[in-house]
Design a protein around this ligand. Structure first.
Ligand code: AOS
Ligand code: ZN
Ligand code: ZN
Length: 386
């Protein structure tokens, strides 16, 4: 297979998971600007997600969030998804919006609250059994706001105990993906603040525990691609929550703020052999100003463009320049790939997949946006900013 054919083949098999909450109304802590036509039910979120997959061809699964996507019959929801051409993906837990969790959930000083939180996590695994999901995504808002508020070591012990119980519950083909975040909503300590803490817990738990890198969850200037390369090398990169940031966890369209950083991340994924189903490429975004579905289509396209550029890096020439200590030469090899306009290549790939080469134009011409505004009165809030 020629190199270009191999690149095209890889791009055709790429899968980007879209999050159910990105289709609903969401906002910042200051305001939710409600949009017309947004989904009122998990089923309508899946209908919208199906449109993203219909026009991009590479968004076949949809991450659910519990309780935002709670239904009576998850197997039926899975069938509904498949009838619309998509499948249910990761199950995202929520231990950050219940009043009981003010001082934390699995790290809370009160054992009864910790019990309630673990109960929710175990319920999420039950839901995975019903949906056939393989991934349980765990993000804990747990932390403290003041020195002395709680004992940071005790909180790590409580976290480890909770994770171990949930880990034991996981089925054969299930895994837990532990996501870190350097601050917010806690401001003095966060109990899973960085990749090292997440990695240490996952290492202790075992092979079914891996780390999720949310690209908005690092201090400014962090070299995220170094973290990606290291986690991949250790077999502990479970996946990504892709989004963009200018200041903090802004949850903007991935690749919109820093396409070069996204390219460097995808290069380390390709270089480290992470371009496999074992690494979940998920979006985790909130579209406060822009129309939701086109924004998610654009996000998927941004991931495709960064991936295509990463796949075009001449790795042999790069390795030779690196071995020879040719600083400028090595940098030039990487920059040649980054500076390649891959949009014609991606248009070809879409045509070969039987798709319109212009996903955004095709979506706009489909009339779906107008249809849902006309039919869906009273859209649901995603859960954020609720
Ligand atoms: C929160 O900041 C995290 O990014 C979470 O991953 C995400 O927003 C959550 O999974 C949705 O519940
Ligand atoms: Zn996230
Ligand atoms: Zn986040």
């Amino acid at each position: 297979m020629t190199e270009l054919a191999a690149v095209k083949s890889a791009l055709k098999t790429q899968a980007v998971e879209t999050p159910s909450w990105a289709y609903g109304n969401s906002g910042t802590r200051f305001k939710v600007f409600a949009q017309q036509g947004v989904p009122r039910t998990p089923q309508e979120k899946l209908e919208d997600a199906a449109k993203v997959h219909e026009f991009t061809g590479v968004a076949p699964t949809v991450a659910l969030h519990i309780p935002w996507d709670k239904v009576d019959d998850y197997a039926a929801l899975g069938r509904f998804a498949e009838e619309h051409g998509v499948r249910l993906g990761a199950i995202n837990s929520n231990t950050f919006q219940d009043d009981d969790y003010k001082l934390g959930s699995v790290c809370h000083p009160d054992a009864a609250v910790r019990r309630k939180a673990v109960g929710h996590l175990l319920e999420c695994v039950d839901i995975m059994d019903a949906t056939g999901s393989t991934d349980l995504k765990l993000w804990f808002a747990d932390g403290t706001n003041y020195p002395g508020q709680d004992d940071v070591r005790d909180r790590q012990d409580r976290l480890a105990e909770a994770l171990a119980e949930v880990y034991e519950r996981l089925g054969e083909n299930q895994r837990m993906l532990l996501e870190y975040k350097f601050f917010e909503p806690a401001f003095y300590t966060t109990d899973v603040p960085d990749w090292g803490t997440a990695y240490a817990h996952c290492l202790k738990l075992g092979p079914k525990a891996q780390v999720v890198v949310d690209t908005g969850h690092h201090a400014p200037g962090t070299n995220i691609e170094f973290i990606v390369a290291t986690l991949l090398r250790e077999g502990k990169l479970g996946g990504f929550d892709f989004n963009s940031r200018f200041y903090a966890d802004d949850d903007l369209m991935v690749g919109a703020a820093d396409p070069f950083q996204l390219f460097r991340i995808m290069y380390e994924v390709v270089r480290g052999g992470g371009f496999t189903p074992d690494v979940a490429f998920m979006l985790d975004q909130c579209h406060n100003l822009e129309a939701k579905i086109p924004a998610i289509i654009r996000s998927v396209m941004n991931v495709q463009e960064a991936t295509a550029k990463a796949l075009l890096v001449d790795q042999e020439a790069l390795a030779a320049a690196q071995r020879g200590g040719d600083v400028l030469g090595a940098n030039a090899v990487l920059m040649d790939a980054f500076n390649t306009d891959v949009r014609p290549l991606l248009r070809e790939v879409r045509e070969e997949m039987g798709l319109d080469p212009d996903p955004l134009g095709a979506y706009s011409r489909s009339g779906w946006g107008e249809k849902i505004v006309a039919e869906r009165i009273g859209g649901q809030q995603a859960g954020w900013g609720a």
